[in-house]
Design a protein around this ligand. Structure first.
Ligand code: NAP
Length: 474
């Protein structure tokens, strides 16, 4: 039997119990995976206080580097344990879950390296008459206390993308994991401390965001809020946070454009993987598939064949391609969005059914304009097929949503690829792969309702620092 562990709060390196607990269960069969403490706002107050006090203690760059590098090695050696935990508590197949620990370890290593590159430069004060006798420079200082708020879909990778750069830049961090996938994050924190992280630098406060989120984001001692999650939570944080830095990685409704000259077999398999990985609960997931009318029939048939071949079921079954969604209520919401599109005239080309928390990989055609599937983020294993006549039309329709994270085009034409690169209003344009491509060191983030700021280690490390000028009047 797999271990069922009951975790306490981690406040500055010390475990603290609480009077109320929340069970963490697998959404497929309700198996108990573990439990967490339901923190109260007073726990947040304590965690931020410890984080603030700890900033006085020295934590030089070489120590940050060695903690992050050792934690990466430790994660690598416990990779299978992490993968099982991710697949049990979360919404990834075991095959998908096995990719996450090595990725998280790699992100921590990139963060460690970026931390060593943090530097400033001298300033040429003599460009202004009267400043000839000034000498000086600027440096980057830790921003202070970072609040890191996580979603459920990539619990390790997102934690590594926030905690890694925050520590590498010399900050202390208070982490609020998603209530569905807190166990993986607690285990990572335990591993960071086992690798020599000084007490106080990291806290993990578990519990409902609706109960403790405001206390965390409104605390004036918190200098950076790094949030990944839904748009409505992001909007609430923006209204509440006050004067502090915000890095918001929010939702998307990502388009891919398929031109007739593309390598269509390569395009089909990339699009299917991009649409249905993690049961579609992926901010980079393909949601709108624009197919040139000259190839619409054959290409959409091929996509439907590949989609119908995907097996839906339990995350721990190694033969399953599309597992249960994170919660039954989420699967019911996705089913309701499918039904809304069908009532408006859409047609199911593949999949379309729900069993418990599992929604089949689904392709719809004739999706009516204005329905939620067309203009909002579905965040489930469903994509729409749309025919177009010209690239200009496809790009305009791609841009016709309030989101702008990634967009993709499949073509062999440099001219068409460049047209897309210049005109798609997104954080990244991917040519000849789906929107679900990310290099962890690249600047990552979106436009419009997809968010504010950029992650990616160099960019996150810089965002988690303040620039200080030093000027000598000789
Ligand atoms: P969510 O409901 O916004 O939850 C995300 C986190 O915010 C959870 O830890 C949640 O805690 C917490 N939270 C809830 N209410 C809060 C409040 N008032 N103040 C502070 N924190 C609060 O998001 P989700 O539905 O789980 O995640 C899916 C979304 O994340 C999708 O839109 C997806 O596109 C987006 N996402 C974006 C990226 C990206 O990089 N752009 C990556 C992954 C996911 P509880 O769990 O306790 O409610």
């Amino acid at each position: 039997m797999p271990e069922v562990r009951h975790w306490d709060l981690l406040i500055g390196g010390e475990w603290r119990s609480g009077s109320e607990r929340i069970d963490v269960r697998n959404a497929y069969n309700q198996e108990l995976v573990g439990s967490i403490v339901r923190a109260a706002p007073a726990d947040i107050e304590d965690a931020v206080g410890v984080a603030q006090r700890t900033l006085r203690d020295p934590f030089p760059s070489h120590e940050r580097y060695s903690v992050l590098m050792s934690a990466a090695d430790r994660i690598d050696s416990a990779a299978e344990e992490y993968a099982l935990l991710i697949a049990r508590e979360g919404s990834k197949t075991i095959t998908e879950a096995r990719r996450e620990p090595p990725r998280a370890a790699g992100i921590l290593r990139l963060a460690a390296e970026e931390g060593r590159r943090l530097s400033g430069r001298t300033l040429p004060f003599d460009i202004r008459p009267g400043s000839e006798n000034r000498r000086g420079y600027y440096v980057r200082k830790p921003a202070g206390v970072v609040a890191a708020i996580m979603p459920f879909n990539d619990p390790m990778a997102v934690a590594a993308h926030k905690v890694g750069p925050a520590l590498a830049a010399g900050n202390s961090v208070v982490v609020k994991p998603d209530s569905s996938t807190p166990l993986t994050v607690l285990k990572m924190a335990e591993d960071l401390y086992a690798c020599g992280l000084p007490a106080g630098r990291l806290s993990v406060v578990t519990g409902h965001g609706s109960e403790i989120g405001d206390a965390l984001v409104t605390d004036p001692r918190v200098r950076v809020v790094a949030f990944t999650g839904g748009v409505s939570t992001g909007e609430r944080i923006t209204r509440k946070a006050g004067i502090k830095k915000l890095i918001l990685e929010l939702g998307a409704n990502s388009p891919v454009i398929v031109m007739p000259d593309a390598d269509l077999e390569k395009a089909a398999s990339a699009i299917i993987a991009g649409a249905f990985a993690q049961a579609g609960q992926n901010c980079l997931g393909v949601q709108r598939i624009f197919i040139h009318s000259a190839i619409y029939d054959t290409f959409s048939d091929r996509l439907c064949d590949l989609t119908s071949a995907l097996k839906a079921g339990h995350s721990l079954d190694p033969s399953v391609d599309v597992c249960q969604m994170i919660r039954l209520a989420e699967a019911e919401r996705v089913e309701a969005w499918i039904n809304e599109a069908l009532e408006g005239g859409a047609i199911v080309r593949a999949g379309g059914r729900r069993t418990g928390a599992v929604v089949e990989a689904t392709l719809l055609e004739n999706v009516p304009a204005g329905c939620r599937l067309q203009c909002e983020e579905i965040y489930g294993p469903v994509a729409g097929l749309y025919a177009f006549e010209t690239l200009e039309e496809a790009v305009a329709r791609s841009n016709d949503v309030d989101y702008g994270l990634h967009a993709a085009i499949f073509t062999e034409s440099l001219r068409d690829a460049m047209y897309a690169a210049e005109n798609l209003h997104v954080g990244a344009v991917i040519v000849n792969d789906s929107t679900d491509y990310r290099l962890d060191s690249m600047p990552f983030g979106g436009t419009g309702r997809s968010g504010i700021g950029r992650e990616g280690l160099k960019f996150a490390v810089e965002a988690m620092t303040e620039t200080r000028v030093v000027c000598f009047n000789l």
